[in-house]
Design a protein around this ligand. Structure first.
Ligand code: ARG
Length: 269
């Protein structure tokens, strides 16, 4: 009798536990489902960049995307609660890919120019420390000290950069050779194919630091003054406002300063 009652109770308990477990399961499933929905809703910011441009965007030894710009856009994404996906694209097709909708924005050490601003929209500048065009020559070069000295010379540039545009503004250059990447332009100077390259000063500095045996030097200080901005499609005002908000947030919370320090040290602003 007692035993049977016990069995009866056990059955009741088993049933209750089952019901309880089922309930827990339902709640867990609901949670998982809503988490899935939330995950799906988390905005993905697709970013195009030409990762041949240390220290702004490049691949490290482990082939990971890294650099000042990479850190900045990831921090902006984090501040906005967005996921950031970086897509490595050749510089020459970078703006066409943006217009095509292959990605939402570009961060690639892009100089803000009035000409570009006619066809695309720039964020507030995110890099305003010293950057501009410098002339890079072999260490044994004696005749080139300033832009005018490039008259009669062969000059290497990365195609469609402000380096190319600056060179085009110098009188009497014999030939402007365009390359897909800045390291290739510098290589041509090293090889003797060109007598000079015209490129962004922080990239020149970084290249010489990374390749002490390259036998290159800068001929004079930067002769233009430039600022970099994040680029969105001309009419993408909503995204532009968000990106500007993100930039403001990371300047306020100290992250910008941290990233700047990491890549450029305390020497510069
Ligand atoms: N600042 C220069 C320009 O806007 C060169 C930028 C090149 N950037 C790069 N990731 N390759 O024209």
């Amino acid at each position: 009798m007692y035993i049977r009652r016990q069995q009866g109770r056990n059955r009741i308990w088993t049933a209750r536990i089952r019901a309880g477990l089922a309930g827990v399961l339902v709640v867990a499933l609901l949670l998982a489902a809503s988490a899935g929905v939330l995950a799906a809703e988390k905005r993905v910011l697709k970013v195009g960049s030409d990762l041949t441009y240390a220290p702004f965007e490049f691949l490290n030894d482990k082939n990971e995307y890294t650099g000042f710009d990479v850190d900045i856009i990831r921090a902006v994404g984090k501040a906005l609660g967005w996921e950031v996906q970086i897509i490595n694209v050749g510089w020459d097709g970078l703006f066409a890919g943006l217009v095509n909708g292959n990605y939402d924005c570009v961060i690639s050490a892009v100089t803000i120019t009035p000409e570009r601003a006619k066809t695309m929209s720039f964020s507030t500048p995110y890099y305003t420390a010293e950057t501009g065009q410098v002339i890079v020559v072999r260490k044994d070069e004696r005749t080139i000290k300033k832009p005018q000295d490039l008259a009669g010379k062969v000059v290497a540039v990365q195609i469609n950069t402000t380096g190319q545009y600056a060179a085009e503004g110098i009188q009497g250059i014999k030939q402007i050779k365009t390359f897909n990447t800045t390291p290739e332009a510098l290589q041509d100077v090293m090889n003797g194919g060109s007598q000079a390259a015209v490129i962004d000063s922080p990239v020149a500095e970084e290249f010489m630091k990374q390749h002490p045996g390259a036998n290159l030097m800068m001929a004079g200080p930067p002769f233009t003054h430039e600022q970099y901005g994040i680029v969105v499609r001309k009419n993408d005002k909503a995204l532009l406002a968000q990106i500007n908000k993100g930039l403001e947030l990371i300047r306020k919370n100290g992250e910008y300063q941290q990233i700047f320090q990491k890549w450029f040290g305390q020497g510069k602003k």
